[in-house]
Design a protein around this ligand. Structure first.
Ligand SMILES: Nc1ncnc2c1ncn2[C@@H]1O[C@H](COP(=O)(O)OP(=O)(O)OP(=O)(O)O)[C@@H](O)[C@H]1O
Ligand SMILES: O=C(O)c1ccc[n+]([C@@H]2O[C@H](COP(=O)([O-])O)[C@@H](O)[C@H]2O)c1
Length: 224
């Protein structure tokens, strides 16, 4: 069954949500976010720096405050808003985070953004079909993962809800489920490669941690 169809109030803001470990944030995150902002006509992209991906090992994960500091550094000068709001909401699973955000920001239309590596394993996420019914999903092609993503259970289920990026620019057409595939010059950068090349990366951000980083969430007054 199709999910909610949103109204066409032009005062509503549009926000793309890119959830991730950001261990550390890198130029690939920045580039795909700026691309999605433009392709989908968004007002902002929020980076949800995760307190802990339930499917990822904790070993090798820098503290949340350090990962957030790296995200703030990478997002500087853009309409990307890094936040650790999941810590404040007390949510770990994406389905719970998205429900809480929708409740908290009724004037915002959200779209979930992710790389194709995440689509490939989305069927392992808690209530993944509910996530797809909650908001449109835009998937960004990522070198080495697109084949696996296309063959995945989540892609098969979402396949009948394929939509163009342009359809999100018409606010009245904002509905879920919807799968939008964003293809542009794929970006090979990854946090894994950065950690390998620079195992000490976290020490550069340790001195830049905010005093209250865990609840930090700068929000456009039009949105709150
Ligand atoms: N180069 C990229 N191209 C497309 N999507 C990306 C890219 N890098 C990260 N993403 C996406 O950004 C989100 C957050 O990614 P994450 O913080 O896990 O970075 P990562 O580089 O994938 O990390 P790691 O290598 O540690 O798994 C995910 O949806 C991921 O698919
Ligand atoms: O909700 C889940 O079951 C779930 C399982 C795995 C990953 N996620 C989310 O997927 C996003 C990408 O995570 P990561 O660590 O691959 O960057 C991040 O927001 C995680 O919280 C969510």
């Amino acid at each position: 069954m199709a999910g909610p169809r949103f109204g066409s109030d032009p005062a509503l803001k549009t926000v793309g949500l890119l959830g991730g470990s950001f261990n550390p944030a890198h130029g690939g995150h920045r580039r795909i976010s700026l691309f999605a902002l433009d392709a989908l006509g968004l007002d902002q992209v929020w980076w949800l720096v995760s307190p802990g991906n339930p499917l990822k090992p904790r070993a090798g994960m820098a503290p949340l405050s350090v990962r957030l500091a790296s995200a703030m550094d990478r997002a500087r000068g853009t309409r990307i808003v890094p936040t650790a709001i999941e810590r404040e909401l007390g949510t770990v699973y994406t389905v719970d985070t998205l429900r809480a955000l929708i409740r908290r920001y009724p004037k915002v239309r959200f779209v979930w953004l992710m790389g194709s590596d995440n689509l490939a394993q989305m069927h392992l996420w808690k209530d993944w079909r509910s996530i797809a019914r909650t908001m449109p999903i835009a998937v960004i092609a990522r070198p080495g993962y697109d084949g696996r993503a296309a063959a995945s259970p989540a892609a098969a289920w979402l396949g009948r809800y394929r939509r163009s990026a342009a359809s999100l620019k018409h606010r009245a057409g904002w509905s879920a489920p919807a799968l939008i595939q964003l293809r542009f010059d794929p970006d090979p950068r990854s946090a894994t490669a950065i950690r390998r090349a620079d195992p000490d990366w976290a020490s550069r951000f340790a001195g830049r941690v905010r005093r209250d980083p865990l609840t930090h969430h700068p929000v456009d007054p039009d949105i709150a």
